[in-house]
Design a protein around this ligand. Structure first.
Ligand code: ADP
Ligand code: MG
Length: 655
């Protein structure tokens, strides 16, 4: 009977407040803060007293009044809600339970009526607790961000200020062992930082000048001076909390389906109950026995366990993923992940680290290599593409100024155009050569072929419409790429495919090193969409994993998508259905794994619930099912189904 009580369960928001107040206090005190739990305990206590009275043969009125008190303590809240739902023209399953209990009391079965209410309110309390636990386990993150920070003034003076007041650009000092108060970049000092709270990574990361750090993570033995890059309300922890909030408010499709059926089913149960009562009565059967049997039917036929089968496994999986640095935007996403049949990877920034290095610069014009690099770096300066960052980095290494040009524009999957002085410069993939008016120098084509044969990514630099040089870049595959490909192949039973905008040689070489044989290269962002559509037309459910602006259209087209959060462009992160904050592929395989498990749990739950309902209904109709046994069987299956889903909260469920 538990999940229908959506209105009374603590909303996740309340759960957050409760957890914020309780901090690291024990689960019990967290539970005790929920009013359902307190009333359920009171009802159970009174019921225990009533049972003792019954056993020792205490006076009837004393026994009955204690049992009635137990019924009132456990039943008033669900009754109130049931009536409210009824006023909104919804038949709440809660109401059926309350009516059954009232009837039991009315016909002198006080013990059974009270038992029903006690078990019923206990399972309700259990659900409230589970919901707030799920939320609290991710929400406890928020408590990690410290309330105060040490702000360092322009002249080195220090002041303690509230973390919420920090502004972008402020400089804060975090001493050894302290928590970092805001997301930002290290501007001085170095230290190990324990980021487990954000990324789930157990091994501390070494941070020094220029590295990004997150609010709520803990500085090790060094001290860090940090330039604040985001206000507290937009920090990674705040965003995680907001996402979990949103995710828990969305209902999974299975749940929506169950709820649609639930209404009609409940009405059918009421009609059947009335028939089971009135028909035998018309044939002169005993009133009490007939009523009892009809009530038992109503209880055991109620779909409480079915209603509770879906959300707990999905929400537990989302919470577990959140703890491991993977943000899932809704429970529908979890459901979709569980039906993926093929995974499509982007290359640069996804299968590779996304930090390519310039490996060769050739000039095919009077300019020297440094001048080619200068032009390219100035044009690429504003771009966030990994290729652009590599070119700018190479220029900085060579001590070349990279101040940007004007009229910058970038085309996803192709390259950039920029005006520098009176020259138009483009840096782009070699497809530009087909569009140039000037004849392509023969040695340029040779250089490109040479570089691509080595597996390098090549970009061509043009000035005012003529090719002046070519830059080769090489990128390393992520260390866990091969392992991730193997895991995903095993999970989906289809080998992943690689969809890359890069040249066939670079993409093919990288695919081989990661264990992907189906490599589709030289794809524009639109081509990537077409490839995804083609797979879908063949009946596949496609998971697209990418990082770039060029991947966003394919992400939106795929059945479900995941973005690499650390290297990823904002557009990709906004478009994706899930984001991994850890700069690795392994959490993605774990996410797909837990999604598959969640689906198995949902199916198992539905089977358990359906079987028990069917068995009890048959027993009730064909034989004599005692009311207490019916109550115990029905509520027992509800609790089992609820707890089954919560198993996915355990850390061990992640791997
Ligand atoms: P991938 O699909 O492998 O992640 P992209 O679609 O982002 O690659 O890019 C495809 C190709 O387009 C790159 O290999 C590169 O040749 C070119 N390109 C994209 N963006 C840029 C840029 N900012 N500067 C230069 N070349 C670029
Ligand atoms: Mg990419």
């Amino acid at each position: 009977m538990i999940a229908t009580r959506s209105g009374s369960g603590p909303s996740i928001g309340e759960g957050r407040r409760a957890s914020a107040r309780s901090g690291s206090r024990m689960a019990w005190s967290l539970a005790w803060e929920l009013s359902e739990v307190r009333w359920a305990v009171l009802a159970a206590g009174l019921f225990a007293v009533g049972s003792v009275f019954t056993a020792v043969g205490a006076s009837a009125w004393a026994t009955v009044s204690v049992l009635v008190a137990a019924g009132l303590a456990g039943g008033w809240a669900p009754a109130l809600e049931g009536v409210q739902a009824f006023r909104d023209r919804r038949l709440d399953v809660d109401l059926l339970m309350v009516v059954a209990a009232i009837v039991a009391f009315a016909i002198g079965q006080e013990f059974d009526g009270a038992l029903l209410i006690v078990i019923f309110s206990t399972s309700g309390a259990l659900e409230s607790f589970a919901t707030s636990r799920t939320a609290a386990s991710v929400r406890s993150l928020l408590d990690l961000a410290p309330d105060e920070a040490t702000r360092v003034g322009a002249h080195g003076g220090e002041a303690r200020v509230a973390a919420a007041e920090l502004l972008v650009g402020d400089r804060v000092l975090v001493r050894p062992g302290e928590r970092i108060p805001a997301d930002g970049t290290v501007v001085d000092g170095s230290s190990e930082v324990d980021q487990a709270s954000i990324t789930g990574e157990a091994v501390p990361a070494f941070k020094s000048m220029g590295d990004e750090v997150f609010a709520g993570t803990v500085v090790g033995t060094g001290a860090l001076w940090i330039g604040v890059s985001r206000p507290a309300s937009e920090s990674m922890v705040a965003r995680i909390a907001a996402l979990v909030d949103e995710a828990s408010e969305t209902k999974a499709n299975t749940q929506l389906f169950v709820e649609r059926i639930e209404q009609r089913y409940s009405i059918a149960v009421v009609i059947a109950t009335l028939a089971l009562f009135l028909v035998p009565l018309a044939f002169g059967h005993d009133l009490r026995a007939t009523l009892l049997r009809a009530m038992t039917f109503m209880i055991v036929a109620s779909p409480c366990a079915v209603v509770l089968a879906t959300m707990p496994p999905l929400l537990s999986a989302i919470a577990n993923a959140g703890r491991h640095g993977v943000l899932v935007k809704s429970s529908v996403v979890m459901e979709r992940l569980a039906t993926v049949t093929v995974v499509a990877f982007d290359k640069t920034g996804t299968l590779t680290r996304g930090t390519p290095r310039v490996s060769a610069i050739y000039s095919v014009s009077p300019l020297d290599a440094d001048q080619v690099l200068t032009a390219a770096a100035r044009a690429e300066h504003p771009s966030e593409h990994p290729v652009a960052r590599a070119i700018v980095a190479a220029a900085l290494d060579a001590g070349i100024a990279t101040a940007g040009g004007t009229q910058f524009s970038s085309t996803a999957g192709w390259g950039v155009t920029s005006r520098i002085g009176d020259q138009m410069i483009t840096v782009s993939n070699p497809s530009v050569l087909g569009t140039l008016t000037q004849r392509t120098p023969a040695d340029l084509l040779d250089r490109i072929t040479e570089l691509e044969a080595e597996g390098a990514t090549t970009v061509v630099v043009t000035i005012d419409g003529s090719a002046v040089g070519v830059i080769g870049l090489s990128d390393e595959p992520r260390g866990d790429a091969r392992h991730a490909v193997e895991r995903l192949t095993a999970l989906t039973s289809t080998p992943p495919v690689l969809l890359s905008g890069d040249n066939a040689n670079a993409a093919g070489r990288l695919g081989r090193s990661a264990g992907i044989s189906d490599v589709r290269a030289a794809l524009s962002p639109v081509d990537k969409v077409d490839e995804v559509r083609r797979m879908q037309a063949a009946g596949e459910h496609v998971l697209f994993i990418g990082d770039g602006v060029n991947d966003a259209p394919a992400m939106a087209t795929a059945d479900v998508s995941i973005a690499m959060g650390q290297t990823g462009a904002d557009l990709a992160i906004d478009t994706a259905d899930a984001i991994t904050i850890r700069d690795e592929l392994t959490p993605i395989t774990a996410l797909v794994g837990i999604a598959f498990r969640a689906r198995r749990y949902v199916t198992a739950n539905l089977i358990i619930a359906g079987t028990i309902i069917t068995a009890l209904v048959i027993w009730n109709l064909a034989g004599h099912l005692p009311l207490p046994l019916g109550v115990a069987g029905h509520e027992g299956s509800t609790v089992i189904v609820g707890l089954n889903g919560l198993r996915l909260l355990r850390r061990s469920a992640w791997h």
